[in-house]
Each structure stands twice: as structure tokens, then as C-alpha cells.
Ligand binder design. Structure first.
Ligand code: IPE
Ligand code: IPE
Ligand code: MG
Length: 254
């Protein structure tokens, strides 16, 4: 109970050294990488410094997730609502994928990582999209960790677009209403064939979804920490997985 509480508060739990059960590592971890701005502010730095350091955390966490045997890692990098931010900040954020991939793509390829993107392609600057698409193409045949970037992603918009697509299929006779089931809707979402997240992590102390994977998170375990994303590290990820391994997933059953 106490260690559970500590884990929730993001302090290192007394069980931090407890080994992970290799047979119960979440297959899919989704992370809302939050708190870059506050991390920077706390240090008297501009917000973009937080985003820059947050990019280094991405690298560390990708490598650690891969090492631990996670199969899918989805990272919320930019939401459909983040366009509301000041132009300078949006511009900086749009340059990050290219910067990240310039530095890391070679190692991702070497590690057999497959890069994917989950998001709305319109509105993304061409240099952002082309950097991501190049990484997707170059890693398409890799069979290791699937690194799924949620970029210009919005859960409600994703569902609306899937529903419109399905409605058009029904209207044109390609589908009957009876064929619309959970599996069909899931397959039409931007996450496509990626299974639902087993574990959702959100950093920075906010306890909300912020329009992230609203359909897919229906039965995910959630873990929140007060730690800001730029200071999130391998030990925090292990702590989240340890907590996940202590949970009983019932899916409404007994
Ligand atoms: C997360 O950090 C990064 C993005 C949302 C792009 P924030 O920029 O939201 O940082 P805070 O929440 O303002 O501290
Ligand atoms: C969610 O964080 C989006 C990403 C981490 C990319 P925000 O910082 O945008 O969420 P709110 O505004 O606090 O809900
Ligand atoms: Mg935030």
C-alpha cells in the first residue's frame, strides 16, 4: 500500500530494485510526455529548452523499453490542440522530429526498431513529414520495437474520421451496418493494427488524457508521476512497469 502510494507520487518506491517479471512486461506502453515547459521554467530556461532536453529523454526511454522487451511504444509528441501555442514554440516542436531522427535514425535501424506515425498528416510542415516518412520507409522491414510517434494526433478527430470513412463505405454498399463492430472501428483508427496500450504513463502530475487514444485506452492500466518528462528516466519506467505487474486486470470480470 505504502509503496503503491509512493509510486503514484513519483518518488522512488521501496521496491525500486525489485526485478521485473519478464513474462509480464506490457506489450504496448503509451506515454503522454508532459512537463517540458515547467521543467524549463523551474530552471529559469525558455520552454524550448525543456523540449530539447525532452528529446534526449525520448532516446533513453526508447532504448530502455526495447531492452525490457516492450513490443510497442507510443509517444504523444504533439496534439491537435497544441497548435494553439505561440507560433515560435510550435515551430520549434515541428523541427524536433527531424532533429531527433537526424541524430538517432542510424541507431534505431541498428536496433531493429520500426518507426511509425499516428497522426493527421495535413498541417504538418513538409520537412517534419518527410523526416518522419523517411524513417518509416527505412525501418519498415524491421521486426523489433515498434516506435509509434503520435504527432498532430487527436483522439476525437481520429474517431470522427474513422466513422466518416465507415459511413461512406456503408453508403456505397462496401459495408453493411451489421459488419460494424469494435474490431472494424479499431482497425480504421490511426493506430491500425497496433494492439491497445496495456499501460499508459503520464508525466508532470496532470491527471487527464488530453484527447489521447480515447478508444484504445478503454482498459489500459494508468500510471501517473509528478516527474517532468525531461527528468523521467529508466528507473521511472521500471517503476511504472513494476506497478503494472502488481495490478490485477479484470476487464469487468472477476
Ligand atoms: C509536453 O510538455 C510537450 C508537448 C505538449 C509538446 P509541455 O510543453 O506541455 O510542458 P508543460 O505542460 O507546459 O510543462
Ligand atoms: C498533452 O500535453 C499533449 C502532449 C504531451 C503532446 P498538453 O500539455 O498539451 O496537455 P494539457 O494542455 O495540459 O491538457
Ligand atoms: Mg503540458
Amino acid at each position: 500500500m505504502i509503496s503503491r502510494l509512493w509510486a503514484k507520487l513519483g518518488k522512488s518506491s521501496s521496491n525500486a530494485a525489485e526485478p521485473l517479471a519478464a513474462d509480464n512486461v506490457p506489450k504496448h506502453i503509451a506515454i503522454i510526455m508532459d512537463g517540458n515547459g515547467r521543467w524549463a521554467k523551474k530552471r529559469g530556461l525558455p520552454r524550448i529548452a525543456g523540449h530539447h532536453t525532452g528529446m534526449k529523454t525520448v532516446k533513453r526511454i526508447v532504448m530502455e523499453a526495447d531492452r525490457l522487451g516492450v513490443k510497442y511504444l507510443t509517444l504523444y509528441a504533439f496534439s491537435t490542440e497544441n497548435w494553439k501555442r505561440p507560433k515560435d514554440e510550435v515551430e520549434f516542436l515541428m523541427k524536433l522530429p527531424q532533429q531527433f531522427l537526424e541524430i538517432e535514425l542510424a541507431e534505431l535501424i541498428e536496433k531493429n526498431v520500426q518507426v511509425r506515425m499516428m497522426g493527421h498528416k495535413e498541417n504538418l510542415p513538409s520537412f517534419t513529414l518527410s523526416a518522419v516518412e523517411e524513417a518509416i520507409t527505412k525501418t519498415a522491414h524491421n521486426t523489433g520495437l515498434v516506435l509509434n510517434f503520435a504527432l498532430n494526433y487527436g483522439g476525437r478527430r481520429e474517431m470522427l474520421e474513422a466513422i466518416k470513412e465507415i459511413a461512406a463505405d456503408v453508403q456505397d454498399g462496401r459495408l453493411s451496418t451489421e459488419q460494424i463492430d469494435e474490431q472494424l472501428l479499431s482497425s480504421r483508427l490511426l493506430s491500425g493494427d497496433i494492439p491497445d496500450p496495456d499501460l499508459l504513463i503520464r508525466t508532470s502530475g496532470e491527471l487527464r488524457l488530453s484527447n489521447f487514444m480515447l478508444w484504445q485506452l478503454a482498459y489500459s492500466e494508468m500510471w501517473f508521476t509528478n516527474v517532468y518528462w525531461p527528468e523521467f528516466n529508466e528507473a521511472h519506467l521500471q517503476e511504472a512497469i513494476q506497478e503494472y505487474q502488481r495490478r490485477a486486470r479484470r476487464y469487468g470480470g472477476l
